[in-house]
Design a protein around this ligand. Structure first.
Ligand SMILES: Nc1ncnc2c1ncn2[C@@H]1O[C@H](COP(=O)(O)OP(=O)(O)OP(=O)(O)OP(=O)(O)OC[C@H]2O[C@@H](n3cnc4c(N)ncnc43)[C@H](O)[C@@H]2O)[C@@H](O)[C@H]1O
Length: 141
């Protein structure tokens, strides 16, 4: 099965929580958090870190990774099943911005409702809402 891993990255910015979404420069120009295919012999977490660095310029040291908070999405791409694993991560310095690679044409930091609208896919919206609840229940109290 095709497998991809990445991070739902949030930052605490001017009193609100914002999520990083990136828009592909190919295909349908859809928006997702940074993620990508697991290479042969690579662990899921290594993939998530590598793809995030390649796609957004944000390094492992820029992030506080919540290894125990993850979500798996399963959907079909061209008729073949794909699994995508996202962990939650916080951008430690909220003023450090992302940068683009050739794979994306735009990125945005968006509050929950706008991020859900932009992402479109129901399972990604559910994932964002699940992580948002974790943030409010566990990190903001
Ligand atoms: N059309 C294209 N033209 C040119 N180059 C292309 C291309 N598609 C991929 N590539 C190349 O493939 C590389 C991507 O490699 P990676 O960067 O390693 O992998 P990825 O993020 O998992 O790829 P992708 O964007 O295809 O995956 P997603 O599941 O979001 O998206 C895959 C499909 O699933 C759909 N999808 C995404 N999330 C979904 C969800 N939650 N539910 C249902 N469908 C979803 C998307 O709309 C999309 O149709 C790029 O370097 C690019 O060069």
């Amino acid at each position: 099965m095709k497998r991809a891993c990445g991070f739902v990255i949030f930052r605490r910015f001017k009193g609100s929580i914002e999520y990083l979404l990136m828009q592909t420069s190919y295909g349908e120009h859809h928006w997702t958090p940074p993620k990508g295919h697991v290479d042969k012999g690579e662990s899921d977490m290594t993939t998530a870190i590598r793809e995030t660095e390649e796609e957004s310029g944000l390094l492992k040291n820029d992030l506080n990774i919540f290894e125990d908070v993850k979500k798996e999405l399963k959907y079909n791409v061209k008729g073949r099943p794909k699994i995508v694993i996202y962990w939650l991560a916080e951008l430690i310095n909220p003023n450090k911005d992302a940068r683009l690679s050739d794979e994306h044409q735009a990125f945005l930091w968006l509050p929950l409702e706008e991020a859900c609208k932009k992402s479109g896919y129901q399972d990604l919206q559910d994932t964002l809402r699940y992580f948002d609840k974790y943030i409010s229940d566990k990190l903001l109290k």
